[in-house]
Design a binder for this molecule. Structure first.
Ligand code: SF4
Length: 326
């Protein structure tokens, strides 16, 4: 039985909207609204949704880089949401992030050696010589070479920079990596290389991943399970095969139609998504997806559907499945 590594319970992150001379509170943006899920050692959970759905905020709130408004996050038996700032900084040794834009996240004035050494210095790991050796070792592990250590970020290609970003995340031997759109800024041909590298590292180093993306195609092969978010909430969560073969939520079905299908005989009726994603500061009543859903009925406009399990390993928040027995 695989061990539970991360448990997220009713996580909320609301941002106040302030306006006017005295910065009075004009409401709030519910970036993450009552999110619950579990993550097991060695697995990859993909989290997918359009921009503004709260997926990146979820990653930051788990690490408390963005302080949660409420809810509980437990990592490896430790309740992160109950830790002091100082204790949390120590815990970040075990939870690291890989960012979308490696160029923006790497200090352009520092050599790669300095960039990779920094997490070790921050966490007081090793002596100078050991740290340098580890930098060289991890450059090799991510497919670069020790001679790259003295170079600066601008001397690398986008794909190589993301390898440096991954190496930096690995320096403290973390258990969990939260990768926030790690391949979105890369050319398609390079994306596959970085995804393959991440998969190999996961096997070799026994890593657990949360892999955030805006496209269901990108996370398909790397994810054991996939969660789909819409306006701060999880609307569907399932094993990868189940989600891609039989998506239940109309939003997931629409997102999947944006992913090219290798088999031209596999025909799916298109679902047309009406309108833009609504503002998270003023989400629609009832089911937040009702303004764009082709199946919306009266109940959808007034009552939010519960997120519930409708089959083994497959949960969904949609009134279409209210009668399903499980
Ligand atoms: Fe569509 Fe209603 Fe289901 Fe929401 S609850 S996804 S509006 S059918």
């Amino acid at each position: 039985m695989t061990n539970l590594l991360l448990k997220v319970e009713h996580l909320k992150k609301y941002f106040p909207i302030r306006a006017g001379l005295f910065s009075t509170n004009k409401g709030e943006v519910k970036a993450v609204d009552d999110l619950s899920f579990e993550l097991y050692e060695g697995e990859t959970l993909g989290i997918v949704g359009e921009s503004g759905c709260g997926k990146s905020t979820t990653g930051r709130a788990i690490m408390r880089l963005s302080e949660p408004t409420s809810g509980k996050v437990t990592f490896d038996g430790v309740e992160l949401t109950a830790l002091s700032e100082k204790e949390m900084r120590k815990m970040r040794r075990d939870i690291q992030m890989v960012f979308q834009d490696p160029y923006a996240s790497l200090n352009p004035r520092h050599t790669v050696e300095r960039i990779l050494e920094e997490p070790l210095i921050v966490h007081g790991i090793g002596k100078a010589k050991e740290r340098k050796e580890k930098v060289h070792e991890y450059l090799e592990i991510v497919g670069l070479s020790a001679y790259h250590a003295k170079r600066y970020p601008h001397q690398f290609s986008g794909g190589q920079r993301q390898r440096i970003g991954i190496a930096r995340a690995l320096m403290t031997n973390p258990k969990l990596i939260i990768a926030d759109e790690p391949v979105s800024a890369l050319d398609v041909s390079i994306q596959a290389q970085v995804l393959n590298l991440m998969q190999k590292l996961q096997e070799d180093l026994k890593l657990t991943y949360i892999f955030i993306a805006h496209d269901l195609g990108v996370v398909r092969h790397i994810s054991d399970r996939v969660g789909v978010m819409y306006l701060g909430r999880m609307v569907e969560l399932a094993d990868s095969d189940s989600l891609y073969e039989e998506p239940l939520h109309p939003y997931t079905q629409a997102l999947l139609l944006a992913v090219p299908i290798p088999d031209p005989l596999h025909h799916r009726e298109p679902i047309v998504l009406e309108g833009d994603i609504p503002s998270p500061s003023n989400p629609p009543t009832g089911c937040a997806f009702h303004t764009r859903c082709p199946y919306a009925s009266d109940i959808c406009k007034v009552t939010a559907p519960l997120f519930r399990k409708v089959k083994p390993g497959h949960s969904v928040a949609c009134h279409l499945y209210n009668d399903v027995q499980h």
